[in-house]
Design a protein around this ligand. Structure first.
Ligand SMILES: *[C@@H]1O[C@H](CO)[C@@H](O)[C@H](O)[C@H]1NC(C)=O
Ligand SMILES: *[C@@H]1O[C@H](CO)[C@@H](O)[C@H](O)[C@H]1NC(C)=O
Ligand SMILES: *[C@@H]1O[C@H](CO)[C@@H](O)[C@H](O)[C@H]1NC(C)=O
Ligand SMILES: *[C@@H]1O[C@H](CO)[C@@H](O)[C@H](O)[C@H]1NC(C)=O
Length: 462
């Protein structure tokens, strides 16, 4: 049963209510859940109360005093912000078929939770509380650094001011904070993460959808790490323009394989050059041949990383497909994400089979993945939050090593080209010819967007 249809089968809607003091990584967790579920085609959205509050109270007024529980005006503004966020979320559930809505707020008193609970129950939405509880001072300080450097509240403030103000804000919250409790809250559905994942308390997790969210957050870690992605070297099929098959590398493909260890070292940098990576390949020859010169001991083959199965078109060129199956050729161009080759797969099918890979990637540290164009597009779409209609058209050239560095609120991307020529295997919409057309359209599809927590583009690499 494909994952994405579960919510329709169960007809379950879940409201995830974040609970916890500031600087406990709540927004980060909320955003990751949305990215993961959206990637699986589950309609989900995060409602960040902080952004609503910023629309109500202008920047210059935002200091810790706003968060003082005895500041009546401050309380009023914050109440308005929570209300506005909650109303928008409920509208979204009802009018836009929302499946998982996340209320990313801080106010964490039992009274406030009861109100949300009531609202959810009236609308037949399952409330699930997700608390990030943190007592480890180092973790908190690290989070404070991340928040300070990324929060719009402190955009134009000096460092000392931001730190002190933020610490004061946390103090105000602490005065009224009530943590989720196994006894008092035993009738609620909740996950309590203690010091990231060193201890996890689960209470009354009921639906399948909730258990998926639980499983995902249990696998998250915050250790710094990188993920390297590469397509296999040019294959003999790429020279002839054929798709699929299990061909050997071409002479230039072998040259790339030989050069890959050097590219990886360059990307690791001098101080990390002794880091051991784990190498994942597909079960097809061309990815294993590409990995064959890498000095790392741990190499794993995953069937799930195999190229999109072109079914009856396996071994054909795009020109042959256009001639023999013109309707299919057009149908694929019209909706490449959903189109399934006769007897083969669609991009959506790949995403479903990649789910265990994503889960494992979240658990692991430094991984180098050598796989195929369609699979790489799907992996890249997960990390970079690329929408489904765009991901099948992204250009991921041969003979290029991509490094992804997931950070608190963004993923950094860098690409190193091997300077070994290869045929282009990129196919534009509406043609059977291969090759990147240098018009704006093709470029816009191959961009790297780096976004912050509010979805603003802060860096664009072309
Ligand atoms: C949270 O909201 C409740 C009422 O909704 C209020 O009594 C409490 O002071 C608020 N907490 C904080 C930290 O402002
Ligand atoms: C490159 O060749 C491999 C077969 O060796 C094939 O699976 C892949 O689809 C080719 N890429 C393109 C886009 O032609
Ligand atoms: C791939 O290479 C191996 C070893 O050189 C050779 O035995 C095999 O026939 C090749 N396969 C194809 C499909 O060319
Ligand atoms: C990497 O693996 C090699 C061989 O197994 C080992 O000698 C080396 O110490 C490892 N490096 C690190 C940084 O762990």
């Amino acid at each position: 049963m494909p994952v994405y249809s579960i919510s329709h089968v169960e007809n379950v809607r879940v409201c995830v209510v974040m609970v916890g003091l500031p600087a406990r990584g709540k927004s980060l967790i909320a955003q990751k859940i949305v990215r993961y579920l959206s990637w699986l085609s589950i309609n989900s959205k995060c409602f960040n109360v902080g952004s609503y509050r910023r629309q109500i109270v202008s920047d210059t007024q935002v200091t810790a005093e706003l968060f003082d529980p005895s500041n009546e005006e401050g309380m009023k503004y914050r109440q308005e912000a929570v209300n506005a966020a909650t109303v928008d979320m409920m509208k979204w559930f009802l009018e836009e078929n929302g499946v998982v809505g996340i209320l990313d707020a801080t106010n964490s008193t039992r009274e406030r939770r009861d109100r949300i609970l009531k609202l959810c129950r009236e609308n037949l939405i399952e409330p699930m509380f997700l608390e990030s509880f943190c007592s480890d001072q180092d973790l908190i300080l690290q989070n404070i650094l991340d928040v300070k450097t990324t929060s719009p509240d402190y955009a134009n403030r000096d460092n000392d001011f931001a730190t002190n103000d933020f610490l004061q804000r946390i103090k105000y919250y602490e005065e009224v904070y009530e943590t989720m409790d196994e006894n008092t809250d035993s009738d609620l559905t909740f996950i309590k993460l203690i010091n990231v994942n060193s201890q996890i308390i689960l209470n009354r997790i009921e639906s399948y959808l909730e258990s998926r969210i639980v499983y995902y957050v249990m696998n998250l870690h915050i250790k710094p790490r990188s993920i390297w992605l590469s397509r296999h070297g040019e294959s003999e099929f790429n020279l002839t323009g054929q798709i699929g098959g299990d061909a050997n590398l071409s002479e230039r493909g072998w040259r790339y394989a030989k050069k890959l260890p050097e590219l990886v070292l360059k990307s690791l940098g001098e101080e990390n050059k002794h880091t051991n990576l784990t190498v994942w390949t597909s079960t097809l020859k061309r990815t294993q041949q590409t990995a064959s010169f890498l000095p790392y001991k741990k190499k794993l083959q995953w069937k799930a990383l195999d190229e999109l199965d072109a079914g009856e078109c396996d071994g054909m060129t795009y020109e042959q497909i256009e001639q023999e199956f013109p309707e299919d050729f057009k149908a694929r161009d019209d909706d490449k994400y959903e189109y399934r080759y006769k007897g083969g797969e669609s991009y959506r099918d790949i995403v479903i089979r990649l789910e265990p890979i994503i889960m494992e990637l979240e658990r692991q540290e430094n991984i180098l993945i050598i796989t195929h164009q369609a699979v790489l597009r799907c992996l890249y779409a997960y990390f970079m939050n690329v929408p489904q209609e765009e991901s099948p058209w992204m250009s991921i050239p041969l003979h290029t090593l991509i490094k992804l560095e997931p950070r608190a609120y963004l993923t950094l991307v860098s690409r190193i080209k091997a300077d070994i020529p290869a045929v282009s295997t990129y196919k534009e919409k509406g043609t059977s010819q291969l090759g990147e057309l240098m018009n704006g359209d093709s470029i816009s599809k191959s961009r790297d967007l780096i976004k912050d927590s509010e979805g603003r583009v802060i860096l664009e690499n072309k």
